[in-house]
Design a binder for this molecule. Sequence first.
Ligand code: SF4
Length: 241
Amino acid sequence: MTADIRVSEIFGPTIQGEGALIGLPTVFVRTGGCDYRCSWCDSLHAVDSEFRHDWRPMSAADVLAEVDDLAGGIPLTISLSGGNPAIQPLGPLIDLGHERGYRFALETQGSIAKDWFGRLDALVLSPKPPSSGMDPDWEAFSSCLSLAADRPQTVIKMVVFDDADYAFARGVANRFPAYPIFLQPGNHTPPPPTEEEAVVDIDGVMDRMHWLVGKVTEDRWFEARVLPQLHVLLWGNKRGV
Ligand code: SF4
């Protein structure tokens, strides 16, 4: 008997909109609950306990059955996100999915380390910069890297809104030089708590993207990769795409 996974939403297939797997077809499994509360969180429906009544307790088999339905039975990459998916008991889902040919990518801020990280195919660690109002726990972050070891493709992705965030990102890159670094201009507009389409300040996001590219090239920081959130450019902050 395995513990249930608290699921906020399952949707797709769509494409992964950010980071190392950008453009890759995927189904998202978004879990409910987060140990952080970032000032600019764009997934409050999976964070705020006000939305707890929407979160479903599901077994690994039930999650996979729903993904199977969406994907037409053809195994693809499942993106585990949240909230903080590291809170949830995802090991059995990963094992069951692997038996059926699925691959698993997980994104977390790196505040909670789990031994099953080493069974993932891709791990995106996204430490939160000063603009989030959060204070990363570097011991926990390092544990995440240790538990992942060399099994999943592991990258570090950071959202950058301003100079302080940029300096933070440079510090993280210096501290963990073995990992590919992805930088992403921040997206300020929070989504509405309903299914209505969110209005995103695309001009603001693109201005920040231009500024960030300028910073990286001026500094000759040639190891960093700078990418916008493709799904935000395509759909704004609309849920379920
Ligand atoms: Fe939102 Fe992610 Fe911050 Fe949690 S860690 S509050 S999901 S941005």
